[in-house]
Structures are given as C-alpha cells and as structure tokens.
Ligand binder design. Structure first.
Ligand code: TYC
Length: 102
C-alpha cells in the first residue's frame, strides 16, 4: 500500500545558494610612447597607490607588457577603465586599460 510519502529514498540536498558576484581584473598595457611619469600618476590617481607602489607596478607593465592593477566588481572595473582611457586620450597618450573576468 502507498504510504503517501512519495519516494522516501530520494534525498534532495538543498544547498543555500548565495552566489557572490564575479570579480574583474583591470589590466594596464604597455606601449612605446606613454611617459612613465604619466602612468605612475594614473596609478596614484585612479587606483589609490602610493608613489612607490605606482612606480613598481608601472615598471612591471613596462617590462612584462601587462599587469593587473586592481580587482573590482563589474561596475567599478568599468568605471576605472573609462577613467583611465578618458584621461589618457585627453592627454593624447596611447595608454590602454582593459578588464577581464577573474
Ligand atoms: N613603455 C613606456 C615608456 O618606455 C612606459 C609605459 C609603462 C607605458 C607602462 C605604458 O602601461 C604602461 N615610456
């Protein structure tokens, strides 16, 4: 006889699903023309780095071609990229800044 309990052998594990939003790396790319001091200034101004940190990261980009300069939510990463690209364009430097999902 049916006990009215359904299939008691099927145990459904309900996992509490609080998904964290994805994070995005903001990348700075090397080029042959943007002055080193300008890149240092960008890193201080838009990424809150000290002069020493900014100089170190700038040199990493200069030597390796690219570096992660910060990790942010999608909205903040987009804002940072826009600010850097705008600032570089206004000063007529070819500096490139992009973002990618972590
Ligand atoms: N390579 C540039 C130069 O020699 C300096 C530079 C560093 C440019 C980092 C861009 O993201 C960059 N003047």
């Amino acid at each position: 006889p049916d006990d009215g309990q359904g299939d008691a052998s099927v145990v459904v594990d309900v996992k509490p699903k609080t998904k964290r939003p994805p994070l995005y790396k903001v990348l700075l790319l090397n080029d042959d023309y943007t002055p080193m001091e300008f890149v240092v200034h960008v890193l201080e101004r838009f990424f809150g780095m000290t002069h020493a940190q900014a100089f170190e990261v700038m040199l990493t980009v200069h030597k390796k071609g690219v570096a992660v300069v910060g990790v942010f939510s999608h909205e903040i990463a987009e804002t940072k990229v826009g600010q850097v690209m705008d600032f570089a364009r206004r000063h007529q430097h070819p500096l490139q800044c992009t973002m990618e999902k972590e």
